[in-house]
Design a protein around this ligand. Sequence first.
Ligand SMILES: [Zn+2]
Length: 52
Amino acid sequence: MRRCKKKMDYVCLQCRKTIDNNTLKKRIRCPFCGSKILLKKTTGIERKVKAL
Ligand SMILES: [Zn+2]
């Protein structure tokens, strides 16, 4: 069985840091500021694009 390359990341809404899903494991909590409000983001699909 092949693992999907698509990985889930989270973005902390408080400190705006990206947290890897592996870092979180079972606890949905920001390791940087301790915030529990995280935004799910899928790497590869959602991209930050600056529209100038
Ligand atoms: Zn944070």
